[in-house]
Design a protein around this ligand. Structure first.
Ligand code: 4AZ
Length: 263
């Protein structure tokens, strides 16, 4: 979520400044514009990811059942009735006439959720009515948590963009070993919850503010399977600081139970 990521960014920058090694925002040589385009700058084509949705607080999500959206815990408030979220579905372009909008009625957030960097960053949102759109399956035991995965969202296309995207962008990112990721973030004063997170990214390609809650997916036997949820990161596409994703396989039973309760 924009506010949380900004505060994490600030907190980490402050820690680093105190340590005398502030990680600077990515910039090209003096005077040039920043070079770190995130999410690869590729606009999705209509119908490519029919289960991905946008949430009104500025997050992504996925339709995991006709009336239930999966998103990040830090995108929503606590468990209980919630009529404050508007979900936009069925389109790549949020301003399209064909966009389907539907309100939330209830939220279940992970019981142990504290803040995005502490793990348990998932929540499910019940919609006021079911949508007639494809749903996505969640990764189970058989799905690998390493490899190259597709990530997507309507978030910023650059760390400094200060603007969300009108069209859905997507990119493919390789996973990074937990140890590499944890060592990098420890320098910035943040401890990655390794057994609940997947780190991923490559030079110049990452998710960014506003992509939170959206999916990390891969194709299994011709069907898309969701393996992660966009959770957090220090800035966007900074070398050495990878995007951190909620590791879905770890939470599948709890999420499925929550989806069942809301369906
Ligand atoms: C966010 O706030 C966000 N670079 C998502 C992903 C990343 C940073 C922030 C990872 O939605």
């Amino acid at each position: 979520m924009v506010r949380n990521a900004a505060s994490l960014l600030l907190a980490a920058a402050t820690v680093a400044a105190l340590l005398g090694s502030a990680p600077l925002p990515a910039r090209a040589a003096d005077g040039e514009r920043p070079v770190r385009e995130v999410v690869g700058g590729k606009v999705a084509t209509a119908g490519k990811f029919p289960w991905v949705v946008r949430l009104s607080m500025g997050c992504g999500g996925t339709l995991t059942a006709p009336q239930v959206v999966l998103t990040a815990g830090h995108c929503v408030g606590e468990t209980g009735p919630n009529k404050g979220i508007t979900v936009t579905a069925g389109v790549i372009d949020l301003k399209s006439d064909r966009a389907i909008t539907v309100k939330s009625v209830e939220v279940i957030r992970a019981d142990d959720f504290i803040t995005e960097t502490r793990g348990d960053d998932w929540a499910v949102v019940k919609l006021e009515r079911p949508l007639n759109l494809p749903t996505i399956d969640l990764a189970g035991d058989g799905t690998p948590d390493t490899g190259t995965f597709t990530v997507m969202g309507w978030g910023q296309t650059r760390e400094k963009a200060l603007r969300q995207s009108r069209r859905l962008h997507y990119a493919s990112v390789p996973t990074i070993p937990d140890e590499t990721c944890a060592v990098a973030y420890r320098k910035a004063g943040v401890e990655v919850v390794r057994d609940e997170s997947i780190c991923a990214g490559r030079h110049g390609v990452d998710t960014c503010q506003g992509d939170s809650g959206g999916p990390m997916v891969h194709r299994e036997n011709g069907r898309w399977v969701q393996v992660g949820i966009v959770s957090w990161g220090l800035g966007c596409a900074r070398d050495g600081y990878f995007g951190v994703y909620t590791q879905l396989a770890k939470f599948r039973p709890a999420i499925q139970e929550a989806i069942r309760k809301l369906s």
